[in-house]
Design a protein around this ligand. Structure first.
Ligand code: HEC
Ligand code: HEC
Length: 244
């Protein structure tokens, strides 16, 4: 009997050892596989944390910067800087700011322009000239640039915009934008884009594009935009421009 209890004691010890080992491993692997660092982490960490797939070229922000700033005439790549501005700080609302946007989000958009789930004549042409490696390089470069700031312009709608952003619209089943885009508008890498500082006109146009179906690369955003009136879209887009 002593023998048996010894064994069962051993078994329970090894079982608990195995359990703590397993827990250690799973928390270890969740740290390692977290492709998304906390929003507070430097954007460069996002690119740096990407596992290097053997046989695949490494993501190189310096190569991305050169392509962003100069294009590549031999391959028909237009310099992105022409419209999106130096370091991703576009000077007019016609072109979205890209500085400080999450790398995986930018790369996804470029793929979506290429595959047509985000329809825009200008950017479909641009994305068609890029390889996946180009997209990843440019995205890593832009994510590492400091985000620019903006201001809300319309004092009459700022309260409405703020209440939608922070609390959604319960009566219509619209969730709080802050839940996914973060209370400061910094977004949550890598899926949820940064909103703070973006041109209001651009964000309002995107909400419309989701509602009208020209942008169909996010079922979450299509569902939300379908419930927003034009006035609500404009109010929340203007409010988001001033977030930081
Ligand atoms: C001729 C002007 C022009 C050039 C050049 C240009 N873009 Fe754009 N870009 C736009 C416009 C306009 C939009 C908004 C399109 C829309 O409504 O979907 C846009 C949107 C984008 C977006 C989506 C931003 C977001 O917040 O979702 C990304 C990413 C982007 N461009 C990257 C690039 C890259 C990379 C290049 C260079 C290879 C480039 N663009 C060159 C005009 C341009
Ligand atoms: C459940 C999560 C979620 C909520 C809540 C949410 N969004 Fe989004 N939003 C997303 C995702 C994911 C994307 C990126 C979609 C993609 O990959 O193209 C996005 C993209 C956007 C874009 C396009 C940004 C760009 O750079 O082109 C706008 C504008 C936007 N959301 C506004 C809002 C507003 C306004 C609200 C609140 C009324 C809101 N979102 C609530 C998940 C969410």
């Amino acid at each position: 009997m002593r023998q048996t209890s010894q064994i069962s004691k051993l078994t329970s010890v090894s079982a608990s050892l195995a359990a703590s080992f397993f827990m250690a491993m799973s928390s270890f692997s969740s740290v390692v596989s977290a492709a998304d660092p906390a929003p507070a982490a430097a954007p460069m960490a996002e690119a740096a944390a990407k596992p290097v797939v053997p046989g695949k070229p490494k993501v190189d922000p310096a190569v991305g910067e050169a392509l962003y700033s100069n294009g590549d005439a031999s391959r028909g790549v237009t310099a992105c800087l022409t419209c999106h501005g130096p370091k991703g700080q576009s000077a007019t609302p016609a072109w979205p700011k890209l500085a400080g946007q999450h790398a995986a989000y930018i790369a996804k958009q470029l793929k979506n322009y290429k595959d047509g789930t985000r329809a825009n004549p200008i950017m479909m042409g641009m994305a068609a000239t890029l390889t996946e490696q180009d997209m990843n390089n440019i995205s890593a470069y832009l994510a590492s640039q400091p985000a620019s700031q903006g201001v809300a312009q319309n004092k009459d709608t700022i309260e409405l915009g703020q209440s939608i952003y922070r609390g959604g619209i319960a009566a219509k089943g619209v969730p709080a934008c802050a839940a996914c885009h973060s209370p400061t508008g910094a977004g949550i890498p890598s899926q949820y884009p940064r909103m703070g500082g973006q041109w209001a006109e651009y964000n309002a146009a995107q909400l419309l594009a989701f509602r009208e179906g020209t942008r169909k690369n996010s079922t979450q955003m299509t569902t939300i935009a379908t419930k927003l009136s034009d006035q609500e879209m404009k109010a929340v887009a203007d409010y988001m421009a001033g977030l930081h």
